[in-house]
Design a protein around this ligand. Structure first.
Ligand SMILES: *[C@@H]1O[C@H](CO)[C@@H](O)[C@H](O)[C@H]1NC(C)=O
Ligand SMILES: *[C@@H]1O[C@H](CO)[C@@H](O)[C@H](O)[C@H]1NC(C)=O
Ligand SMILES: *[C@@H]1O[C@H](CO)[C@@H](O)[C@H](O)[C@H]1NC(C)=O
Ligand SMILES: *[C@@H]1O[C@H](CO)[C@@H](O)[C@H](O)[C@H]1NC(C)=O
Length: 274
């Protein structure tokens, strides 16, 4: 119950704050000030059957101390047209926030700023994104709420705030088994070991370990297709930070999380397994 209680308390606090805030006033104030921008990830080159799972650091993002109001991601081609899911399956995409020493480009220096979720370590740390299935999901956060980012007080001295995108796309043009490729079935990718060359666990028939970056899913006999370029196009809406905005926290739960609860020395010991 420990974690449930915590979430419940947070919701209650948000509710109480909401009740004390002049909502209608805040609404008219921010509605006219919403800024919007469309950004593109670096380009991703795909060939038929390839699985591309890449991390792009220091991507374009609204700057300064702002409140995000919405975030919508979409895979597009070079003309900016949406790419059908039966050609490029978006296994997942994640947008994460991090702090890095000023002027450093070494990705080992980064400190991920997790969302408020309860998963252990850096599991499910992202702010936005999920997969193909979330296309066209409404993400607008109504007034007086917003996701606060870029607060200088939260950025450690000597560090700056940046954003990264992890994009995992599977090009299913010309493949023998489209479902199998999107499900990352090991036999179709001809994968029998993990990234460290160790044999996969017994019974592991498919999953992320079989469609790591640059693995190739089996094509139909004799299929030849050209390379294509895709981008993650993301549309962001935000307002400048202002005292009337109530910060919204992002929680990403995991249905497979088996929470272990035991009595700790002073309070409940809650261990998550996301
Ligand atoms: C096509 O894309 C793959 C990456 O999937 C790359 O390795 C290969 O060099 C590209 N081929 C051409 C002809 O550009
Ligand atoms: C970062 O780089 C800029 C431009 O090269 C330089 O002016 C600045 O002093 C650097 N800041 C730090 C903290 O290294
Ligand atoms: C599958 O992998 C094995 C061992 O790595 C290799 O010998 C074989 O040529 C591969 N088959 C295909 C179709 O790539
Ligand atoms: C909390 O529980 C986990 C496993 O359930 C255990 O490994 C850990 O030592 C416990 N911590 C405390 C402070 O009791």
């Amino acid at each position: 119950m420990g974690c449930l209680d915590q979430n419940w308390v947070t919701s209650l606090v948000i509710l109480l704050l909401a009740l004390c805030t002049p909502c209608s006033d805040a609404y008219t104030k921010t509605a006219s000030k919403v800024k919007s921008a469309v950004f593109y990830s670096p380009k991703v080159e795909l060939s038929p059957g390839i699985s591309s799972n890449k991390f792009y650091y220091d991507v374009k993002f609204p700057e300064g101390h702002v409140a995000l109001k919405s975030f919508n991601g979409e895979v597009v081609d070079e003309e900016g047209n949406s790419v059908p899911l039966y050609e490029v399956y978006l296994h997942h995409w994640l947008v994460a926030r991090y702090h890095q020493p000023i002027n450093s480009t070494n990705t080992e220096d980064i400190v991920i700023v997790k969302n408020a979720g309860v998963c252990q370590g850096n599991t499910l740390p992202q702010y936005f994104g999920i997969g193909s299935e979330t296309r066209k999901t409404a993400t607008y956060i109504p007034d007086p709420f917003g996701v606060e980012i870029g607060n200088p007080v939260e950025i450690p001295a000597g560090y700056e705030e940046k954003w990264m995108i992890n994009l995992h796309a599977i090009d299913t043009r010309g493949v023998e088994d489209r479902w199998g490729c999107t499900e990352c079935r090991c036999d179709l990718y001809n994968v029998t070991t993990d990234v460290d060359g160790q044999p996969l666990p017994p019974g592991y028939k498919g999953g992320l370990q079989c469609c790591t970056d640059n693995t190739q899913c089996r094509l139909k006999e004799g299929y030849k297709g050209y390379n294509r370029t895709i981008y993650l196009k993301y549309t962001v809406e935000w307002v400048n930070w202002d005292y009337s905005i109530i910060p919204v926290k992002i929680y990403i739960p995991d249905v497979t999380d088996i929470v272990k609860i035991s009595n700790g020395p002073n309070r409940l010991n809650v261990t998550h397994n996301c």
